[in-house]
Ligand binder design. Structure first.
Ligand code: XMP
Length: 512
């Protein structure tokens, strides 16, 4: 086992972000439930403990409490936010309720750098989110940093190697936050940096083998980054015990089905079953123009087709999904994590309850960029690892209004031209998404000497970090002009190309 830093989870939204920051320092970390017995942490050879933040107050009747024996293991402890309050509360300091929660930026003044703030600036912009605060130091502790609102925003007990900080070092908005974490795990805990993507893959493969045993695993492959990396990883772990199902819903882009089949069969020798259900999907979608209704029909039909295809494939015990951590945090409280449920996500849950399959989600703790690193390391080509997101309902939400085979064909041809030009110019890799939308709006054009009364293609090209917000990409006019003239010249049924210059919010990235 690699050296392990334990993160005790008290229900913070950021627990996984702490684990991720530790991985960034190339150190292995494991998230434990907040009440895990100290003896278990000791048995696991833990070399440092981080107490996460959490939504609770130490004064609450059902406030989550750790096993007090963690403070007698002789292992360094870092308390973050709720974690520092726990230290105050359990180690004979004093915590006070605050009238107001303190959210957002604060300025930390470092009084004594010690090991935690070694080589960092004296003033740091930090991000806070807390109600209670420490008002009396526990015996043995000294204050090493303060903010406007707290004399004890950072504390240390150098003899026992206990540290507490009121702010969140794990979030992006805290300056040098990752350095504070690095100082703790390397400087205080003495961890060696022995945890890389390759180690993650090896560890994950062992985990998959142990979980799956000799059982069979099914995976619904979409061709997107997440399901592709999950497939490659699981295949490396259990080979032919994995069967992938790729459903052609008739709403794919030009050449997509062939490209996916080719990649997985030829390059990875994965057992891939392609199910052509395009007729069924298009039949069910006939005459439907309401976006939500379309999405529901596509979702339901997918489940039905998947279930039916299982009958011919045979029994399986596991359903694998490429669920990532951001999908999870918005959907469920993971691993008994008391974190509040934010919203249900389309990828998570749903299928397995009806199908009596156990879930296998090897990427569940990772963030998108980490998944990409795993994909590259597994040898997936750049086109897959860095491919732009494509929505589950596919072109179904890119043909505005009702969907017909003819409209899909026009959209496919226009979209292929846009992708070709984006690739040729290198812009494909610089933007978040670039695609065409088919608008069933007739407009007049002129071709040769003839009137051309045809439909409109909108170009949607956006920049974004995480799809939560987005802005339209400022592409060079020459490139836009080339795309526009190629589409109007080469695609019959299009008389006009328009550019969508809406940001998100208030618009969304997809049109439906
Ligand atoms: P919106 O349109 O909400 O899209 O701004 C945000 C991001 O999510 C993608 N998207 C989906 N992905 N299933 C998916 O897997 C869906 O139903 C779905 N709807 C939108 C969209 O392409 C963008 O990247």
């Amino acid at each position: 086992m690699p050296q392990t830093i334990a993160v005790l989870d008290f229900g913070s939204q950021y627990t996984q972000v702490i684990a991720r920051r530790i991985r960034e320092c190339q150190v292995y970390s494991r998230i434990y439930h907040c009440t895990t017995p100290a003896a278990q942490l000791q048995a696991d050879g833990v070399i440092g403990i981080i107490l996460s933040g959490g939504p609770s107050s130490v004064f609450a009747k059902d406030a989550p409490m750790p096993d007090r024996a963690i403070f007698t293991l002789g292992v360094p402890v870092l308390g973050i936010c709720y974690g520092i309050q726990l230290m105050g509360h359990l180690l004979q300091g004093r915590v006070a309720r605050s009238e107001h929660r303190e959210y957002g930026h604060g300025m930390l003044t470092v009084r004594k750098p010690g090991r935690l703030f070694a080589a960092l600036p004296k003033k740091l912009r930090v991000w806070n989110s807390h109600g209670d605060r420490l008002i009396k130091l526990p015996p043995g502790f000294a204050a090493i940093g303060r903010t406007e609102n707290s004399e004890y925003a950072a504390i240390e007990d150098r003899t026992r190697n206990f540290y507490g900080i009121q702010f969140h070092p794990e979030v992006f908005h805290t300056e040098h936050g990752v350095d504070v974490i690095r100082n703790f795990i390397l400087g205080v805990c003495g961890a060696t940096q022995d945890w890389t993507t390759k180690d993650y893959i090896r560890h994950s493969i062992e985990g998959i083998r142990a979980t799956v045993g000799r059982s069979r695993v099914l995976l619904g492959l979409s061709g997107g980054v997440d399901s592709s990396v999950a497939a490659a990883l699981i295949h490396k772990a259990i080979g032919r015990q994995l069967t992938c199902v790729f459903v052609d819903n008739g709403l794919l882009r030009q050449g997509e089905r062939e490209a996916v089949a080719d990649l997985y069969r030829r390059n990875f020798r994965i057992d891939l079953r392609v199910v052509d259900a395009s007729d069924l999907f298009l039949r069910r979608l006939q005459g439907v123009s309401d976006p939500e209704q379309k999405r529901k029909i596509i979702g339901r039909t997918f489940v039905a087709v998947f279930e039916k295809s299982l009958k011919s494939i045979g029994h399986a015990d596991f359903l694998a999904q490429g669920t990532l951590y951001p999908d999870v945090i918005e959907s469920v409280a993971i691993g008994n994590n008391p974190a509040a449920l934010i919203k249900s996500h389309h990828n998570v849950g749903g299928l397995p309850a009806r199908m009596k399959l156990k879930l296998l989600e090897p990427l569940r703790e990772l963030f998108k960029d980490e998944v990409r690193a795993v994909g590259s390391s597994l040898g997936l080509p750049r086109e897959v690892v860095w491919r732009q997101p494509f929505p589950g309902p596919g072109l179904g939400v890119r043909v505005a209004g009702s969907i017909t085979p003819a409209r899909l064909e026009v959209l496919r041809r226009a979209d292929a031209i846009l992708q070709e030009e984006m690739m040729d110019s290198g812009w494909y890799w610089k933007v978040w998404q670039s695609f065409c939308v088919y608008l069933p709006v007739k407009s007049v054009g002129v071709v040769g000497d003839e009137r051309n009364y045809a439909d409109v293609i909108a170009l949607r090209i956006v920049e974004s970090r995480d799809a939560m917000t987005a802005d339209w990409a400022r592409l060079p006019y020459d490139l836009l002009q080339k795309v526009s003239s190629r589409i109007t010249n080469e695609v019959r049924g299009v008389s006009r190309v328009v550019l969508d210059i809406s940001s998100k919010p208030p618009a969304t990235i997809e049109w439906e």
